[in-house]
Design a binder for this molecule. Structure first.
Ligand code: PLP
Length: 391
């Protein structure tokens, strides 16, 4: 039995998305820049996709630009803002995605900017007082703070940050890769300068995403070419991806309440099952087991270390796909967990659910965890954790 419980890394295509993109894999193959019938057919699809996304975020289509995914969109937002507005100070946090941290680090290395890391509390929440002090001391700062954390699920109060940004004339970019399609974002109510989305996080295709650029900005492009995307991003549009992206977002927002409630129940169920599993020393990272303060699809759990091997690998060996930290940092200890004050000496496992997961699968996962701890001793240096199994 194969179980996929790593939906923060990527998600399966929705059948409705597959249906929507099929004609663009077959008969609708034109280049949207061509002025003949074949081009016009696909150009209309790109125009419609842009409208769909704009409507769902309550903004206008000319503020949506297609990219190859969130990483590219993040690079465009951060580098575009720094270069265009000669920004010399950036505020971010230690638990942002590497696409954000590496882009900022590169600008710092090149001497363009200084970076301030906003203080986080022990659960990884942004200290808004510290943020305000940083903004007060540094006019025209670029703020880059994510909306939903991809490892521990923490949700950030983007409304409050948006207000601070306005008060101190800062530019506000928020990485919404994990929240687009899962949280309502009304851009007419929450002024934001840039945000990003990636289709494969909400049951769309991989390699396609978008950036929202508030209409007051026109930033320096990172990819130059034939003037596509109004010159903000050159290159022939990924029509198949764009059609799939728009369909996936439409379906995600149409079914948001039902999916939210289902996934919420899955998370609660897993927490309740782990509580009676008999595996002691389990705790939760960040806000991940709070239903209000975190994404309902992410549960980041600390387990006692196994003396031999890893829990993530043992689960994989029996067909259960979960992640140790972020899929992007599977080679080492996660920078997100390292930025939090606890749980460094434990094995941190991220379970991330989708509408396609079932309660039976959760039962199966918890049973598998119990069997693994029953079969393998835990590490000696974990002996302070009382460990027993209920049968
Ligand atoms: N930002 C966050 C919070 C993410 O979770 C991810 C994906 O892991 C990215 C950015 C990068 O997205 P993409 O895979 O579209 O480049």
């Amino acid at each position: 039995m194969e179980i996929y419980c790593d939906n923060a890394a990527t998600t399966a295509l929705d059948p409705e998305v597959i249906e929507a993109i099929l004609p663009f894999l077959t008969q609708n193959f034109g280049n949207p820049s061509s002025t003949h019938w074949a081009g016009r057919k696909v150009k209309d699809a790109v125009v419609d996709a842009r409208k769909t996304i704009a409507t769902l975020l309550n903004t206008s289509p000319d503020e949506i630009y297609f990219t190859s995914g969130a990483t590219e969109a993040i690079n465009l937002a951060i580098s575009g803002a720094i270069v265009t507005y000669e920004i010399s100070h950036v505020v971010t946090s230690k638990i942002e995605h590497k696409a954000v941290l590496q882009t900022i680090a590169q600008h710092e290395k090149e001497g363009d900017i200084e970076t301030s890391f906003v203080k986080l509390d022990e659960r990884g929440n942004v200290d808004l007082y510290h943020l305000e002090n940083l903004l007060r001391a540094n006019p025209r700062t670029l703020i880059s703070l994510m909306h939903g954390n991809n490892e521990i699920g923490n949700l950030t109060d983007i409304q409050a940050i948006s207000k601070l940004a306005q008060r101190y004339n800062a530019i506000f970019f928020t990485d919404t890769t994990q929240t687009i399609g899962k949280q309502w974002i009304d851009l007419s109510q929450t002024p934001i300068d840039f945000l990003v989305g990636s289709a494969h996080k909400f049951h769309g295709p991989k390699g396609v995403g978008f950036i929202y650029i508030n209409k007051k900005h026109r930033i320096k492009a990172q990819i130059f070419g034939g003037g596509q995307e109004k010159g903000q991003r050159g290159g022939t549009e990924n029509v198949i991806g764009i059609v799939g992206l728009a369909k996936a977002l439409e379906v995600a927002y149409r079914d948001l309440d039902a999916n939210h409630s289902k996934v919420c129940k899955l998370k609660q169920y897993m927490v309740s099952k782990l509580a009676i599993s008999g595996v002691h020393g389990i705790c939760y990272n960040g806000e991940s087991h709070s239903l209000e303060n975190s994404l309902v699809n992410i549960l980041n759990v600390s387990f006692p270390c196994l003396a031999d091997g890893s829990l993530v690998k043992s689960l994989d060996s029996i067909g259960i796909a979960v992640s140790g930290g972020s899929a992007c940092s599977s080679q080492g200890s996660s920078h997100v967990i390292s930025a939090l004050p606890c749980q460094k000496d434990k094995e941190n496992v991220r379970f991330s659910f989708s509408k396609f997961n079932t309660f039976d699968e959760i039962d199966h996962i918890v049973q598998a965890i119990v069997s693994i701890y029953k079969a393998g001793p835990i590490s000696q240096n974990q002996s302070r954790f009382h460990f027993e199994l209920t049968h």
